[in-house]
Design a protein around this ligand. Structure first.
Ligand code: 8YV
Length: 314
């Protein structure tokens, strides 16, 4: 019997990964089907592996149309857009690009913090628009030495803390559990952490357990001079509460890479000078995206070779 080698691509990934997949397997692009439902009904049986992105995942109705599925290879680390209870039940393996993007996402957290506090984007506009010729630039906010609250102490949270150490910041965190090997102050209560933070960085995983955890109560607890940075998932923040907190002056600014409904960014945020906006690109460096591509390919290849999957999650 011929080895099944058909891969379903749920959303576009890096060009060279698509090319490598196409050279080795038969690839079908779900996002290019005029009628995806009819396509899956006719063809669903053929697919043993799918490739998708962390921010897109795959819906359970699609998985239900793929009775032979054995692998979901995720281009990213987030699994919040996949029902893992369902995949476990069916014995579908899930691989992620663990380790590849930690440093870049932590770099982006610090970049957003510096850009927001030191008003880099605002002042870039100030220079480009010729306003420097007419008036003096305003004063910004010091970063070094401040109290940094990190919500989430996984690999990315740790990498952020490590960088913040170089800025002599007082690092403290809230997380589902304390790690006593870390030299940072642990707050079991998120609101306590918020009260003691000049900067508040969100670095926990997305998903139903963390949905909406950063809401009005957190914004009220933060000092009014606080800056909020999110490099994790838009779903963790109640976006309407965030907008209200910025409008009311309950917090002083925000640096965001992620949003509730990407790529939609609310007009209220677009209009605010004290908000720095990025289009979900924390992991989007050439180096990291290449590593992510290699990891995805390696896992798909291992799967079809019936070899152990190097990046499977439990
Ligand atoms: C990527 C991400 O932007 O790792 C994740 O979960 O959200 C990001 O690294 C995404 O997966 C690729 O589009």
């Amino acid at each position: 019997t011929p080895t099944p080698n058909e891969v379903l691509l749920i959303a576009p990934v890096m060009e060279n990964l698509q090319a490598r997949l196409e050279a080795a397997f038969v690839v079908h692009r779900l996002y290019e089907q005029a009628d995806p439902v009819a396509f899956l009904a006719a063809k669903g049986e053929a697919f043993h592996a799918i490739v998708t992105r962390g921010d897109i995942g795959v819906t359970t109705p699609i998985l239900e149309q793929l009775p032979k599925l054995g692998l979901i290879a995720v281009f990213g680390v987030g699994t919040d857009a996949i029902d893992l209870e369902y995949t476990r039940q069916r014995g579908i393996a899930v691989t992620i690009t663990s380790g590849a993007l930690t440093e870049d996402v932590a770099d982006m957290a610090l970049g957003l913090l510096l850009a927001t506090a030191r008003q880099l984007c605002h002042n870039d506009r100030f220079v480009r628009e010729g306003r420097w010729l007419q008036e003096a630039p305003g004063l910004s906010v010091q970063v070094s030495g401040k109290r940094l609250g990190i919500f989430g102490m996984g690999n990315i949270g740790r990498a952020i803390a490590q960088r913040a150490t170089g800025f002599n910041m007082h690092i403290q965190y809230a997380s589902h559990r304390q790690d006593s090997t870390l030299p940072y102050a642990y707050y079991p209560d998120l609101l306590e952490l918020a009260r003691e933070s000049d900067f508040f960085v969100i670095a926990i995983s997305g998903g139903k357990d963390s949905a909406g955890l950063v809401d009005k109560a957190v914004f009220d607890a933060l000092p009014s001079h606080a800056l909020v940075i999110n490099i994790a998932r838009g779903s963790i923040v109640n976006q309407a509460d965030l907008i209200a907190a910025l409008q009311n002056g309950d917090i002083a600014g925000a640096g965001l890479d992620v949003y509730a409904q990407e790529p939609q960014v609310p007009a209220e945020l677009l209009a605010m000078e004290n908000v720095v906006l990025q289009p979900h690109i924390a992991s989007a460096t050439q180096e990291t995206r290449q590593k992510m591509s290699d990891i995805v390919f390696t896992n798909v290849e291992a799967f079809f070779n019936q070899a152990p999957l190097p990046h499977a999650i439990e």
